[in-house]
Write a protein that binds this ligand. Structure first.
Ligand code: SAH
Length: 361
């Protein structure tokens, strides 16, 4: 595979692109036009930028490329959820998912190829980490999905709940959010963005100081240190108590709340006692809880609880006046649901791999 050394304009913020034009001896204002062509109109070739002089287009193509993931495959679920398998420039594969009407149209984006967090119930974790995505690759997923779904120019939300841990790829993730927020591109309001994290504490503290603040979702999943050590191994480094203290300090705006995700695993963390502990843990935090009954998958050593057990858990929270919702699984028939994102190449070599990973959990 040949390596393209030209700079990727899709991964540049507008101010950086302006500097790039200056370095080419060109006026800065062209940066805005280029940014619009790439992010608003989904153009992938400088030759299509018809309001730029021919010479400039040629000069740009010598210095820059417009890195764009290729659609390797698309699968549409009976509920309209569509999973995209995207091939990156170095051949690595990632998945992104379009979830319609939840109530907004939502793009679920990946931040890494694979994931280092190895949560015990998540298939992506089984892959281990392959590499971080660049800002251009993270924002590029929204660009490609919008183009494929004929949604360029229409509104959507993004959730960073695909493959990877966003706070383990902090700089690229935040840069991608700034690119998506730029009014000359998608102009996506931070209110339409949700960053979901296991709680990598130093990065969470840093997020608290950002000018661009997405909604925050914390993958909690357990109510004691021991239980969380087992399910979310990063807890051994950044424990539950410290995580909740960081959430208490987190600067959320007046009417906003932190979402706590809680995957329900039969007979592991789904008892009324767990629910009561969760209520206690969240006291003093403006929180809402999103329950995720496990999406089962081969190689995942846990089971999904019955609806009755899920409802009983939810009722304990609701009775204690904690706002609670149960996530409806979308796209399960195409393995596009939470925790089911894993690329085929990894699926194929999975039996031995899964066994090795199971033994290391
Ligand atoms: N790394 C981020 C984003 C991951 S995916 C994070 O952990 O938050 C988004 C959510 O799906 C997380 O809460 C994750 O724990 C959850 N999830 C993972 N596997 C799942 C499964 N098999 N069933 C249900 N939810 C799952």
């Amino acid at each position: 595979m040949s390596i393209d050394c030209r700079h990727d304009v899709a991964g540049l913020e507008l101010a950086e692109l302006e500097l790039g034009l200056e370095a080419l001896g060109q006026p800065r204002f062209h940066a805005r036009q280029i940014f619009q062509w790439v992010h608003k109109r989904g153009v992938t070739d400088f030759s299509e930028m018809s309001d730029l002089a021919r010479d400039l287009r040629a000069a740009l193509a010598l210095q820059f490329r417009i890195g764009t993931p290729d659609v390797a495959r698309q699968e549409r679920s009976s509920d309209g959820t569509t999973k995209f398998l995207l091939r990156l420039e170095d051949g690595q594969l990632i998945e992104s998912v379009f979830i319609p009407d939840t109530p907004a149209n939502t793009f679920c984006l990946s931040t890494q190829v694979g994931c280092a967090m190895r949560c015990g119930f998540c298939l992506t974790g089984r892959m281990g980490i392959v590499r971080n995505l660049t800002a251009g690759e993270i924002a590029g997923q929204a660009r490609v999905l919008a183009r494929e779904l004929h949604m360029l120019g229409s509104r959507f939300n993004i959730v960073l709940m695909g493959m990877g841990e966003p706070l383990h790829n902090y700089d690229a993730t935040m840069k991608a959010l700034r690119i998506l927020a730029d009014e000359h591109g998608f102009g996506l309001s931070p209110r339409r963005m949700t960053l979901s994290t296991v709680g990598v504490l130093p990065a969470l503290e840093r997020l608290a100081t950002e000018p661009l603040m997405p909604n925050l979702a914390i993958s909690l999943h357990a109510t004691t240190e021991d239980q969380r050590d087992m399910l979310v191994p990063v807890n051994r480094k950044y424990g539950l108590k410290d995580l909740l203290d960081a959430c208490r300090r987190f600067p959320i705006k007046r009417r906003d709340r932190i979402t706590f995700e809680y995957v329900l695993l039969k007979d592991v963390n789904d008892t009324p006692e767990d629910a009561r502990r969760l209520v206690k843990l969240l006291s003093g935090i403006r929180a809402k809880v999103n329950l995720l009954p496990l999406n089962e998958a081969a190689g995942i050593p846990f089971e999904r609880p019955s609806d009755e057990r899920v409802n009983r858990f939810a009722k304990v929270l609701a009775d204690a006046r904690v706002t609670v919702s149960v996530r409806k699984s979308r796209g399960r028939d195409i393995r596009a649901a939470c925790g089911q994102l894993i690329t085929e190449s990894t699926r194929e070599k999975s039996p031995g791999q899964v066994l090795a990973n199971l033994m290391s959990v």
